[in-house]
Design a protein around this ligand. Structure first.
Ligand SMILES: Cc1ncc(C[n+]2csc(CCOP(=O)(O)OP(=O)(O)O)c2C)c(N)n1
Ligand SMILES: CC(=O)[C@@H](O)[C@H](O)COP(=O)(O)O
Ligand SMILES: [Mg+2]
Length: 645
């Protein structure tokens, strides 16, 4: 593939400027369109990276949904939304995929700003059925005939919210709600848990399936029979299935169940969805699909079926980007090293063994790693149970997904002072995955948890050290946060240690204290160098443990005319807020108010782009910080000048 040429868009796909164009295509053209979409997706996502596996698995499913239902009159909700690229192509956005997941381009998830067909923008899993419950209740209240369709993956179904929603949905006969279960047997890795086994039992049900499929193949080959006969056969087949299918967990819930249907067979899907629509009440259509369908490299990827790879070669699937040492890799190795030293260490992942790096320990000590499915709340309280019985659980989860488990952290873990260590990967601004993936809340949210201590390493060496320190804390929870991407090539050395604070840059008769949190140390050191060029002497310290604010830091900061903090998280309630508060408390004795400039994530976090672009937007660069502080020092100088007159 020549990197300069545009993504190939076939004739049928090019003819779709809006959803109506797709809906008016002749049915006989749909298989050709499906093929065009697959080629288009591989070519487009190869350039940008993204969810190629999930989207190749929902080509027919998305087409059938948009043939049977009438968006946006009928509302389509995608759980997690990572599998909405086909939906975007069918709603006239194929020509915009060159900018997928990049600033100003298409987001990787539904976006209301992009289309009236897009509803839910949040990329957190297991929310679709709750949205659908509410959406459908509103239609029932207004007596409208609008349908709601929720596309939910088998992985998302391992999330508790889905079962809270199903419990409510099962109580209502009048909700025009079709739940399409996209069952490909996987999250990243094979989907875990008892429900997943039940689902696969339905999927792999031996019995009559092969015989019926053979009849179906005969029918399809004899043109004279046509669809009527096929539909008749299908109804019989489904009828037989309804009769013979083992009472799946859904029908036990009292929700009508159709399936399992072949999620790549447009005819079968269309018949099932028509029937489901006709019910006029809640119904589940259980579709069997293959993640990465139709493209060999995705099917060959045993680990994750190319769930969400960075840019790759469209022929071989091999990654095309640089493979620098990532924070995750450093953590993965240290987890194994520490687990070898500490038999009490176990690890928990919420369906993301690969992306969080715990897969490395899983290979070495499978019995000490628990994949609990997409169930972060359960992960935390299960960790509390493990800790109550003498284990030291390491809960490895993306920062953004940790938001969900605040209550479990504060009351199930911290209130019982249990030794659980939370390792938050992707903390801070991540970038291409957009705002609902930014790990910018954790410091503000978890700083308020009594007894919980937060470390923010600045490089590989400090990640290893601070993680080991966290594992040594046995009277309460600890949290270690680090960003997406590559660790600093070289570790950032401390030129001095001042009462537990790592001093990274030291100036005699300095006039400014720069406190950097975690991975922003590099930015702070560079900013100090730029300030020095302006004749401004700034000392840079890294507190390592950022919450509670170290007493030594409050004392040190109290000796400066100006303090600045830099953190990869929202300003409100963050580290800077905490230090400012501590300085105010200290000042109540000394009466000296220390001005603090807090460089944090505030405006503009709602956009998507690369991490560097967004940090620049947010003024979190050495240049912007140096500029702002130079102005601040000069302004204060003038004020002092005025003051002396
Ligand atoms: C709360 C939450 N935890 C973790 C994730 C990360 N994540 C994104 S997609 C995915 C797997 C989804 O599996 P499934 O629902 O089966 O959809 P599929 O990719 O198989 O189509 C996970 C774990 C998330 N988006 N939200
Ligand atoms: C949809 C989802 O939540 C994940 O698949 C996410 O897109 C992966 O993010 P990373 O690329 O940071 O692993
Ligand atoms: Mg799945």
């Amino acid at each position: 593939m020549n990197p300069h040429d545009e993504t190939e868009i076939g004739p049928l796909l090019s003819s779709i400027g809006r959803l109506a164009d797709f809906k008016s295509l002749d049915e006989a053209e749909l298989p050709a369109l499906a093929e065009e979409i697959r080629g288009f997706l591989v070519d487009a996502v190869a350039r940008t990276g993204g969810h190629i596996g999930p989207n190749l698995g929902v080509v027919e499913l998305t087409m059938a949904i948009h043939r049977v239902f009438d968006s946006p009159h009928d509302q389509v909700v995608f759980d997690t939304g990572h599998q909405s690229y086909v939906h975007k192509a069918l709603t006239g956005r194929a020509g915009q995929f060159t900018g997928l997941r990049s600033r100003g381009g298409l987001t990787g998830y539904p976006s209301q700003a992009e289309s009236p067909h897009d509803l839910v923008e949040n990329s957190h899993a297991s929310t679709a059925l709750s949205y659908a419950d509410g959406l459908a209740k509103a239609h029932a209240l207004s007596g409208s005939d609008r349908h709601v369709v929720a596309l939910v993956g088998d992985g998302a179904l391992t999330g508790g919210m889905c079962w809270e929603a199903l419990n409510n949905i099962a109580a209502r006969e009048d909700l025009k709600l079709v739940i399409v279960v996209n069952d490909n047997g996987r999250s990243y890795a094979p989907t875990v848990g008892g429900f997943a086994k039940r689902l696969s039992a339905l999927r792999l049900n031996p019995g009559y399936e092969p015989a019926l499929r053979r009849i179906q193949e005969v029918v399809e080959r004899i043109p004279v029979f046509g669809r009527a006969a096929y539909a008749g056969l299908h109804a019989a087949k489904t009828g037989i299935k309804d009769a013979l299918a083992p009472q799946g967990m859904f029908s036990d819930l009292g929700i009508k169940y159709l399936g399992p249907v072949d999620g790549h067979n447009l005819t079968e899907l269309t018949v099932a969805l028509e029937r489901a629509k006709g019910f006029g009440g809640p119904v589940i259509v259980h579709a069997l699909t293959e993640k990465g369908r139709g493209w060999a490299p995705a099917r060959a990827d045993e680990a994750e079926q190319m769930h969400s790879p960075p840019a790759f070669d469209p022929i071989t699937g091999e990654p095309t980007g640089s493979s620098k040492r990532r924070w995750t890799g450093v953590f993965a190795d240290e987890l194994v090293a520490q687990a070898n030293l500490r038999p009490e260490v176990v690890a928990i992942t919420a369906a993301m063994p690969g992306p969080t790096g715990v897969d490395k320990l899983m290979k070495r000590h499978p019995e000490r790693v628990f994949d609990v499915g997409i169930a972060e709340q359960h992960a935390v309280t299960s960790a509390a149970g493990l800790a109550m019985n003498g284990m030291h659980p390491v809960v490895a989860v993306y920062s953004t997904f940790m938001n969900r488990a605040f209550d479990q952290t504060v009351l199930d873990v911290a209130m019982h002072r249990l030794p659980v260590t939370f390792v938050l990967d992707r903390a801070g601004i991540t970038g291409p995955d957009g705002p609902s993936h930014y790990g910018i809340w954790d410091t503000s949210i978890f700083r308020v948890v009594p007894g919980l201590r937060i470390a923010a390493p600045r490089d590989a060496a400090s990640l290893r050290e601070e993680f080991a320190e966290a594992l040594s804390v046995d009277d309460g929870p600890t949290m270690v946060r680090f960003p997406t991407g590559a660790v600093p090539e070289a570790d950032i050395p401390a030129v001095d240690v001042h009462e537990g604070l790592d001093v990274l840059v030291k100036h005699e008769d300095d006039e400014l204290l720069l406190v950097s949190c975690g991975a922003f140390a590099g930015i702070a050191v560079e900013a100090a160098a730029l300030l020095a060029e302006q004749g401004i002497r700034a000392t840079v310290v890294d507190p390592r443990w950022i919450s509670p604010v170290p007493g030594a830091l409050v004392k040190l900061a109290g000796q400066y005319p100006l303090v600045a903090t830099i953190e990869d998280g929202i300003r409100t309630g963050g580290f800077g807020d905490a230090l400012a508060q501590a300085l105010r408390d200290a000042a109540s004795d000394t009466g000296v108010e220390i001005p603090l400039v807090d460089f944090a994530v505030e405006r503009g976090w709602h956009r998507h782009g690369t991490r560097d672009q967004l940090l620049a937007d947010l003024g979190l660069t050495p240049q912007a910080i140096a500029e702002r502080l130079t102005a601040e020092v000069h302004r204060r100088g003038e004020d002092d000048g005025h003051h002396h007159h």
